[in-house]
Design a protein around this ligand. Structure first.
Ligand code: ASP
Ligand code: MG
Length: 445
């Protein structure tokens, strides 16, 4: 079994959908194809839900109609003749009917989830119709809502997913090709929910783990994870091989092409994840597996919008339990910590979500003096730093000798060095690292 996931831009137009139909022919054997919503659709649905939630039914209804018209055009572009177009429009209008139905009463959280689910339902229904009716292929549309499930902690329920996916697949022992929705699921009460924005990658990995797949392919519009941020640095290149841990760090710290949680189920089951490019299918992309290459530093990523908090306290000196009391404050306000460094009398840490900052600061002040800095960026360097005999850390700091560094974290994992800088210095930091680490490395080849 192979799992192939296609992102929003990969199914963003009728033409792209046709291309995907071609790409899923290459692997032989059983395949589960996981689709995102067509690009722009989830954003449009979020906007519709927001208008309805705010009680602006007129604007909400108008936006629903605009999106419905867009899908009518896509359907006519995708399907060749009157009969299949009529079938396609019927499917499209079913989805829109369930959205229109929600305009009659004030929208709650449950209704919002139903609206957000329509994007993946639309893309998979249209794609399945095209495959079977136009291309004459055999393919089964698997309803993700029958097997994707969250537990009481709002985390995917792996046991439930495994059992219910198997029950679905068992109904079609002869079939080779299955199409299903990414992103959408049910919660522990059985109501429609989702895996949060960008969650289709996570769906693919969960499905791969549940089906015991031999490979999970994530198809996007870029040729794999790059060694540096292509928006800032010109001559970046795709990294051929990454370990699961390296990929998880990169995905979390800025590389936008992969949902950070999506590496976890694959890692747990040792299933290789291949990142491939729909626009350039022959390119090798990036292979994520248990294996890591030799290079000391493979890639750099940047994550903006961080806040640093420094707590200075004489009570910390020679005391135990101090860190726990500080962590308790962050736990109480459900705020994850990204980076942490300590000295004997002070702790510095960073958070990404500053929505509870005022409450957090108020409690922290009972421990000592508290300082806060905003507009910070974590630069995350990823590679094989297990035996630090390459002198990689020295090279990094040498390269950054002119950049003010706010925090440094090294040794937390054998794959990572994290550095906190002012966001204003991000561009020159990424360029300097490129010059110092990668240019030098490529020049030596
Ligand atoms: N359609 C969802 C989103 O735009 C999920 C995904 O594409 O991964 O966030
Ligand atoms: Mg995505």
């Amino acid at each position: 079994m192979k799992v192939l996931k296609f992102g929003g831009t990969s199914v963003g137009t009728a033409e792209r959908m046709r291309a995907v139909a071609g790409l899923i022919q290459a692997p032989t054997g059983q395949r589960i194809v996981v689709l995102s919503a067509m690009s722009g659709t989830t954003n449009a649905l979020v906007n519709i839900a927001k208008l309805l939630y705010e009680g602006d039914t007129r604007a909400g209804t108008l936006q629903i109609e605009v999106l419905r018209q867009h899908y009518h055009i896509v359907t006519k572009e995708l399907l060749p003749d009157e009969d299949t177009v009529a079938e396609g429009l019927k499917l499209v209008d079913e989805s829109f009917k369930s959205i229109f139905n929600l305009t009659r009463q004030p929208l709650g959280a449950a209704g919002e989830k139903v609206i957000l689910a329509q994007g993946e339902l639309l893309s998979t229904r249209l794609f399945h119709l095209y495959l079977t009716r136009v291309r004459g292929e055999r393919a089964v549309l698997l309803p993700a809502l029958e097997f994707m499930r969250l537990d009481q902690n709002e985390e995917p329920d792996a046991a439930y997913i495994r059992e219910h996916l198997a029950a679905q697949l068992d109904q079609y022992p002869e079939e080779q090709l299955f199409i299903t929705q990414g992103y959408i699921c049910r919660n522990v009460q059985g109501h429609i929910d989702n895996l949060k924005r960008g969650g289709s990658d996570y769906s693919a990995s969960l499905i791969g783990a549940a089906a015991g797949a031999e490979e999970i392919q994530i198809w996007t519009d870029i040729d794999g994870l790059h060694n540096n941020d292509p928006r800032v640095v010109e001559d970046t290149y795709p990294i051929r091989e990454l370990s699961f841990d390296e990929a998880a760090e990169l995905a979390y710290f800025g590389a936008k092409i992969l949902h950070p949680s999506s590496v976890l189920p694959a890692r747990e089951h040792g299933i290789p994840v291949r990142l491939l490019n729909t626009m350039q299918p022959e390119a090798p992309g990036t292979l994520i597996s248990a294996h890591t290459g030799e290079e000391a530093i493979k890639a750099v990523a940047a994550k903006d919008g961080l806040t640093a908090i420094r707590i200075k306290s004489s009570r910390m000196l020679l005391a135990y339990g101090f860190l726990r009391s500080i962590f308790d404050v962050f736990e109480k306000f459900r705020t994850p910590i990204d980076m942490i460094t300590t000295s004997e009398v002070a702790v510095s840490l960073t958070i990404d979500d500053a929505s509870r900052l005022p409450e957090i600061l108020e409690e922290l002040r009972s421990f000592g003096t508290v300082e806060v800095d905003h507009d910070l960026t974590i630069i995350c360097l990823v590679g094989n730093l297990v035996q630090e005999q390459h002198g990689a850390a020295g090279q990094v700091f040498d390269t950054l000798r002119n950049v003010p560094l706010r925090m440094i974290s090294y040794g937390g994992s054998p794959n990572n060095i994290s550095i906190l800088i002012n966001t204003a210095d991000k561009r020159r930091t990424l360029l300097a690292l490129n010059e110092g680490l990668f240019r030098r490395a490529t020049a030596a080849l």
